[in-house]
Write a protein that binds this ligand. Structure first.
Ligand code: E4P
Length: 227
């Protein structure tokens, strides 16, 4: 399972890139709003992220409401940089826009997916990535991981050759909040987990690693003292 970072913050992306294991970035309007960015600065900011992550997919979301506007946004956003993936929320208009964009070679990440039927519709329309959300199910006391497993099983049952520019669909486990979500997403066979930096940091640390390191450092000090 690959790791994407779920943020629009350039410093957070720089930090995650420095770890050497980042495979992409997902952004959304809430994450962009958190950076304090303006409407007029949106595309410039997304271009900066795409350049910083050259060669890695960067999802940039359109807030358009009609098929025509989604297609126009998709064309414009995908022209910002070759690694931009256009993110659209699953709905009838977005499916139609995805069909057009996919036929033009534009990669689409279909977001706000909460069910297997939504995911299958997205894959048939030509989505390159599908993002089922985990945490938001948990927020309403439902099992987000159970839903993720169902989506993965249904989508991976089929061959999506000819449907999108890369002939393959990858499932991005989204709305990931904890290391437990990461482990379970991998066990369920998610292709990618998109994870906020705070949760990535929790994935990296373990108290036994810290304890072990303290012990090794103390032992090494003794060795050094002995000369
Ligand atoms: C996915 O691409 C979304 O940006 C994100 O994972 C949503 O997460 P949230 O439910 O924590 O807002």
């Amino acid at each position: 399972m690959k790791f994407f970072i779920d943020t629009a913050d350039l410093d957070e992306i720089r930090e995650a890139l420095s770890w050497g294991c980042l495979a992409g970035v997902t952004t959304n309007p809430s994450l962009y709003a958190k950076t304090g960015g303006s409407l007029s600065g949106f595309e410039e900011h997304m271009t900066k992220i795409a350049r910083l992550c050259e060669g890695l997919p960067v999802s940039v979301e359109s807030c358009a409401k009609t098929v025509e506007d989604m297609v126009a946004d998709g064309r414009r956003l995908s022209a910002l940089a070759p690694n931009v993936v256009v993110k659209l929320p699953v709905c009838a208009e977005a499916l139609a826009a995805t069909r057009t964009l996919a036929s033009e070679g534009v990669r689409v990440n279909m977001t706000l997916v909460f069910s297997a039927p939504q995911a299958l519709l997205a894959a048939n329309a030509g989505a390159r990535y599908i993002s089922p959300f985990i945490g938001r199910f948990d927020d309403i006391s439902e099992d987000g991981l159970d839903q993720l497993g169902t989506v993965i099983a249904c989508v991976h049952n089929y061959d999506w050759a000819g449907r999108n520019p890369d002939d393959t669909v990858e499932i991005i486990a989204a709305s990931v909040r904890t290391p437990h979500h990461v482990t379970q997403a991998a066990l369920l066979g998610a292709d990618i987990a998109t994870v906020p930096l705070a949760a990535l940091r929790k994935c990296l640390r373990h108290p036994l690693t810290d304890q072990g390191l303290t012990g090794f450092d103390a032992a090494w000090e003794k060795v050094r003292a002995q000369g």
